[in-house]
Ligand binder design. Sequence first.
Ligand code: CA
Length: 178
Amino acid sequence: MRLLVVEDETQLADALTEILKRNKYFVDTAYDGIDGLDCALSDVYDCILLDIMLPGMNGMEILKRLRSAKISTPVLLLTARSEIDDKINGLDCGADDYLTKPFITGELLARIRALTRRKGELIDDNRITFNDLDLNKNSCSVSRNSNDVKLSLKEFQIMELLMTNPHQILPKERIIEK
Ligand code: CA
């Protein structure tokens, strides 16, 4: 799965990106609002983590523009504790969830899983099955008839994309974008 992190505090943005990559997500990072909107409009992401106070264009404006462009990518707002009104506004503007900074990694990952959960038959958060295939995120492997095959990260990401979009033909371009 491919995620976009839009956050101008570079330390936080880089830490988030690192954590997400370690959890087998493919991650792009934008450090200002203009770049964030540009990336988000490409519509290739499974979820967007969006800060509100950003240079260039604030998160709320990005959200409005995304939704008016009919892009329905799930958006998780990252808000400071003092921005209560922003949370309400954000949900009204089409955000799917929000997380108050500072947050713990476990909660962040759980919320991303909830927002990206769909289609493929998910046994639990770390396994996806389709027919006799069983994809395991923890061990980064796929098994069939008790034959385990260890996957590289890229192989795992491709399998995950295919297995969460069963019975569909995925054009090469979409796979490359993802
Ligand atoms: Ca900020």
